[in-house]
Structures are given as structure tokens and as C-alpha cells.
Design a protein around this ligand. Structure first.
Ligand SMILES: *Cc1c(COP(=O)(O)O)cnc(C)c1O
Length: 379
């Protein structure tokens, strides 16, 4: 039986070029990068090279890159760190309903510390409206966090525009770019962001490593305290293997971005067309064009998304009902509820996320299997 992995938004396999550099670090570069001797110095060099690669991938300067344990930590470091370090300037923060839980839960935590948080609604596509955003701004607003592209429905937000408004008003602006980095161009200058989150395992790097971009001059407070690594913003002996892997993964992802995103967008559009034409009453969630090249999310009325996932699994297809983090729970996805879907419709949804291994034949197979499985479950 064919196996088709369509859950690249949850995680990706580590690519061979990245495995090579990881094996090299593990076998040849065990020294502590903070050691001034012949064992430490080359390792420091490897980290600084990875910082350069990371900076280059997002058009930042190397000294603006701080390595973390992944997207979740980078989101927390950005939000908790910036809010706490700038609390003297104001205690009002803004985000929106369909962020990843790493962002939403960081803001909930800040509420308990005495911050006020405005959680903006989004429209039917998942866009934050500029008009609603402008109305939410206050004298004491210090930090705004709006994701670049949504992990469940793929919608790409007008980040540059929101960033421009924040810049004019002297408000710090964070974006979670975990899903967009390596898939569409991400340029911290063009996007007008002060803080940006990325992670390794969604771009064919390993799990457990990520980075936070912090624009020069922006103050953030650390979450953990210890040695002086990462300018004491993120102390602790560096995850050298992960950091070197992240640098490599970003370098290759950016190299092949143009060609691969075009290929994926073509496959995505075939999948959308095949399903919309072939399955009556199916609905595409997220914006039809302003969406990630590898993301598709459908609702099928009158069926349970979890059961559809199980049915697809029997055909060798791995997909996700809502986000991976909530797929054990029977609660409908907060993102699908956030774009206004009824509880039942939200529960009847699947996300299919494409990647490097996805072929045209896979897409034809998935369309055929989806038609059959949806018809079976709707009966
Ligand atoms: C996966 C993901 C995260 C979390 O990143 P981890 O490295 O798994 O902690 C954060 N935000 C978004 C949008 C994601 O898709």
C-alpha cells in the first residue's frame, strides 16, 4: 500500500544534508563553545556560522539571532520577555484568537501578572482586520503579536502593514513565523517586525531547536537565569548539534524556496480543485489564494474529522484533524471556531499539509481516497 505523509505542518523528517552536519558535530566537535582552547574554539565557530545562516535566511544581522529550544520557547521569550522588560512603558498587549497555543498561553500568563490583553477576532479567512486593530491600540499598548501564517488554515496575514503601524506608534511587534519561514519569503526588514519566531523541525531540521530574532536595541528579559550564553538572554550550554542543524536547514530551505514553493502550490491547487469538484458540499478553510503553498484545510458536513483521519490511515494517508497539539482532545480547533465555523463543521475538518516527498501521484491517490472515505462516513 502507498504511504502518504500529509502532516508536514506538524513536523517534517530531517533532510540528509542536515543529518550530515549533525553527525559531524556529534563525532568531531564535542567541546564546550565557551572553552577558550582548541576543543572549544571550532565549536564556537560552528555556532557563529549557524547564526550567520539563520540571520541571512530572514535578512537580519547575526547579533540579532538568539537560539532557543524551539518555537514554543521563542514565542514565550518574545512575549514574556518583551512585556516584562517594557512594563514601565505600559501594560496593554494585543494578539488574536487564532494564534498557536505557545502565543495564546503566554499572553494568558501575562494577564495573571497584571497585564491587560486584547484578543482580536479574525474574519472568515483568518485575517486580522487593520480597522479592528487600529481601534484596539491604546496609549499604553507596548506589544503586539500577530502570526505570519496560520498553522491550521494556512492564511498569510498582512504583517508588513501591521508592523508599519506599530513602528509609527513605538509599539513592539512580534510575529510567529514558524510556518512561513522556508515556505514563503520572510524578511524582517520588509515585514517591519521587532521580534520573530522560527523553529527547526517544520523545515526539515531536528526537533528541539529554534530561534528568536530580536531587533537591535529591543529590550527583552530572559526566562531562565544562568551563564552568559546568548548574551544572557538564553543562558545554558548551547545545543550545538541542533543549532548547526538549524543553520543548515535554513540555508537549504531558502536556496530551494522559490522552486519548491511553486511546485507545492501547484500540487495544493490540484488537491483543492479535485476535492471541491469531487466531493459535494466540501468547504475550503482559510483564504483561497493568500495561503501557504503547502497547506490545505477542508470541512465536510455531517462527518467526524477524527473518524476521517482513521479512515485515511487505513489507506496509508497520514493527516491531521485540526492542529496536532489538540488532536487528542474532542474540543474543536480554536482556529476553526475563530474563523466562525459551527462546532459540528469544525469537528468535520481535516488538514492536509504537503512537503518535499509529496508527488502528483500522491495527490491523485489522496483525492480518490478522500472521495471514497467521505462518502462512506457521510452515509
Ligand atoms: C509548531 C509551531 C509552534 C511550536 O514550535 P515547537 O518548535 O514545536 O515548539 C509554534 N507556532 C506555530 C505556528 C507552529 O506551527
Amino acid at each position: 500500500m502507498r504511504t502518504v505523509y500529509l502532516d508536514h505542518a506538524a513536523t517534517t523528517p530531517v533532510r540528509p544534508e542536515v543529518i550530515d552536519v549533525m553527525v559531524n558535530v556529534l563525532t568531531e566537535a564535542f567541546g564546550n563553545p565557551s572553552s577558550g582552547h582548541q576543543f572549544g574554539r571550532p565549536v564556537r565557530k560552528l555556532i557563529e556560522q549557524a547564526r550567520q545562516q539563520t540571520a541571512q535566511a530572514i535578512n537580519a544581522r547575526p547579533q540579532e539571532v538568539f537560539f532557543t529550544s524551539g518555537g514554543t520557547e521563542a514565542d514565550n521569550l518574545a512575549i514574556l520577555g518583551a512585556a516584562r522588560a517594557n512594563a514601565n512603558r505600559g501594560k496593554h498587549l494585543i494578539t488574536n484568537t487564532i494564534e498557536h497555543h505557545a502565543v495564546l498561553d503566554a499572553f494568558s500568563h501575562l494577564k495573571r501578572e497584571g497585564f491587560e490583553v486584547t484578543v482580536l477576532p479574525v474574519d472568515e479567512y483568518g485575517f486580522v482586520s487593520i480597522e479592528t486593530f487600529l481601534k484596539a491600540l491604546r496609549e499604553d499598548t507596548v506589544l503586539v503579536s500577530i502570526m505570519h501564517a496560520n498553522n491550521e488554515i494556512g492564511t498569510i496575514n498582512p504583517i508588513a502593514e501591521i508592523g508599519c503601524i506599530c513602528r509609527e506608534q513605538g509599539i513592539l511587534f512580534h510575529t510567529d513565523a514558524v510556518q512561513s519561514v522556508g515556505k514563503i519569503p520572510v524578511d524582517v526588514q520588509a515585514l517591519n517586525v521587532d521580534l520573530l519566531t522560527l523553529t527547526g523541525h517544520k523545515i526539515y531540521g531536528p526537533k528541539g531547536v529554534g530561534a528568536l530574532y530580536v531587533r537591535g536595541g529591543v529590550q527583552i528579559a530572559p526566562l531562565v537565569h544562568g551563564g552568559g550564553q546568548e548574551k544572557a538572554i538564553r543562558p545554558g550550554t548551547e545545543n550545538v548539534t541542533g543549532i548547526v542543524a538549524l543553520g543548515k536547514a535554513l540555508e537549504v530551505a531558502v536556496e530551494e524556496l522559490e522552486e519548491e514553493s511553486k511546485r507545492l502550490a501547484g500540487l495544493r491547487d490540484n488537491l483543492i480543485q479535485g476535492v471541491m469538484d469531487g466531493i459535494p458540499n466540501s468547504r475550503l478553510n482559510g483564504h483561497p489564494t493568500e495561503r501557504l503553498p503547502h497547506n490545505v484545510n477542508f470541512s465536510f458536513p455531517g462527518l467526524d474529522g477524527q473518524m476521517l483521519i482513521q479512515q485515511l490511515e487505513r489507506k496509508g494517508i497520514a493527516a491531521s484533524a485540526g492542529s496536532a497539539c489538540t488532536s487528542d482532545s474532542v474540543e474543536p480547533s480554536h482556529v476553526l471556531r475563530g474563523i466562525g465555523l459551527e462546532r459540528g463543521t469544525a469537528l468535520g475538518s481535516v488538514r492536509l499539509s504537503l512537503g518535499k516527498s509529496t508527488t502528483e501521484e500522491d495527490i491523485d491517490y489522496v483525492i480518490a481516497q478522500l472521495k471514497e472515505s467521505v462518502a462512506l462516513l457521510q452515509r
